[in-house]
Design a protein around this ligand. Structure first.
Ligand code: SDX
Length: 427
């Protein structure tokens, strides 16, 4: 703890402890504020509020730094695999070869879903948004695993964590297959986590499916880039749901629902739709003007961030990966040129410079995913697939944190003060 924070209210002089982390802003511990002053703090959107302590991920928004258990995202994306990053987030250290093999084997052995789960898809229309299907089917998992719902048993928490990480690719692939009217494929345990997902998504029973190593590597890197991100909206949703002791599968379904919003994970779908709407670079100035127009709700999707006030380091890796995938698949996409030009014009426009609006993780991801063959409606599903390890790691950390209790924010009440009921005949 460093110096205390002085606070004066209604003639009272109070001091609150200032706590320091290993890096990043200090926090003022105001847990006793209401008891001592009768006042709440007021922070809509939690722009100045730390909801918890965490050892998982650190972001320096001004420097454009993202660390997972201390390791920079650029190094993890270039040198590790998604399975390694999953192990790192869950256990705190990078695995040795034996630990990684055991972890990958464990995850692989949980990739199948209960055969009854396939029935849940049949109730959806074929044109249902895949994120709607993910909310429903992942929530339904909470009805299937009564052997691992004692969240205070570390073993049961780990089994539920492994099941969620393992089954999300299977369910995501099933959501895609259902939308295109093709049969579900079972997992193939001889493939990597990411190769297995690509085969379940793009393979058909009628012929063998060859995993393209360049696509597998790019997809695995995209999963790494989306794995975790401090206390973002969907992670905070999972933590709040989990703080009541709710079923872990239901908590992840709540996170999926929150991620779907276009201001959050839904931005990758919205960003590609925006690039399609812009079409050619000649129309970019018109859209930049709309984004700057206070009377126009339009925003440049894939731009801006609550924390990053510099370049999102994930966008840097994502842009590089676009070039690699295009080269590997020998494809060109004029939308990529439009995206590059849009970034260049926006980053030289005073409005975006002053408001520190840079491309975020969602700006380029759609261009790659589209080149690989995913429909736009699947983009946020892929984000949810990758973020599941972050949600699960944060959920485990929340449950084992002695400071944690059920989340219950207060409010500034501005409604009517007490008044008496007026009988209907007198109104
Ligand atoms: C993700 O939190 C996370 O970590 C999220 C995420 C993760 O990994 O979990 O990183 C994933 O959600 C990335 C963000 C994806 N969303 C988008 O790309 C949607 C477009 N971006 C915006 O909606 C916005 O930038 C947010 C929601 C991302 C951040 O909003 P804030 O921090 O609440 O900031 P704000 O909305 O108050 O904006 C500040 C100013 C405003 O202008 P003023 O009212 O001050 O005049 O910047 C403007 C905004 O109008 N602004 C934009 C803009 N983003 C913000 N103007 C035009 N285009 C934009 N994209």
């Amino acid at each position: 703890m460093t110096e205390a924070a002085q606070f004066a209210l209604s003639g009272k002089e109070l001091e609150y402890p200032v706590l320091s982390g290993s890096v990043g802003p200090d926090v003022v511990d105001i847990r006793k504020l209401y008891a001592q002053t009768g006042a709440f703090t007021y922070d809509p959107g939690f722009t100045s509020t730390a909801s918890c302590q965490s050892k998982l991920t650190y972001i320096d928004g001004d420097e454009g730094v993202l660390l997972h258990r201390g390791y920079p995202i650029g190094e993890l994306a270039e040198q590790s695999t998604f399975m390694e990053v999953c192990y790192l987030l869950l256990n705190g250290e990078l695995p040795d070869q034996g630990e990684l093999d055991h972890f990958s084997h464990t995850i692989t052995r949980h990739t199948m879903v209960h055969e009854q789960l396939a029935q849940f898809f049949r109730g959806f229309r074929r044109d249902a948004h895949p994120m709607a299907i993910m909310c429903g089917v992942v929530g339904a998992l909470s009805a299937f695993y009564h052997d691992s719902t004692d969240i205070h048993d570390p073993q049961q928490r780990m089994i539920a964590s492994h099941r969620l990480i393992a089954k999300m690719p299977t369910i995501a692939a099933m959501a895609y297959k259902y939308s295109v009217g093709q049969p579900f494929l079972y997992p193939d345990n001889s493939l990597s986590y990411t190769g297995n997902f690509l085969r379940m998504t793009f393979g058909v029973p009628a012929e063998p499916y060859e995993v393209n190593p360049a696509v597998e590597r790019a997809m695995d890197r995209i999963f790494i880039l989306h794995a975790d991100h401090e206390q973002n909206a969907s992670t905070s949703t999972v933590r709040l749901a989990g703080s009541s002791g709710a079923n872990p599968f239901a908590c992840i379904a709540a996170g999926i629902a929150c991620l779907w919003g276009p201001a959050h994970g839904g931005a990758n779908e919205a960003a590609l739709n925006m690039l399609h709407e812009i079409g050619t670079p000649e129309r970019i100035p018109e859209f930049i003007a709309r984004a700057k127009d206070k009377n126009d709700p339009f925003r440049l999707m894939g731009f801006g961030h609550r924390v990053y006030k510099n370049y999102d380091p994930r966008a840097t890796v994502m842009q590089k990966t676009v070039r690699e995938v295009f080269e590997a698949l020998n494809v060109q996409d004029p939308l990529f040129e439009t995206a590059l030009r849009l970034e260049e014009l926006a980053l030289n426009d005073d409005y975006f410079v002053e408001k520190k609006l840079f491309p975020n993780v969602d700006f380029y991801s759609g261009v790659i995913l589209s080149a690989i063959g995913f429909p736009t409606s699947m983009f946020t599903v892929l984000f949810a697939l990758a973020r599941t390890v972050g949600w699960v790691a944060q959920w485990n950390e929340m449950i084992t944190d002695p400071d944690q209790k059920i989340g219950r924010p207060r409010q500034l009440y501005t409604g009517p003060t007490q008044r008496s009921y007026v009988p209907l005949t007198q109104r």
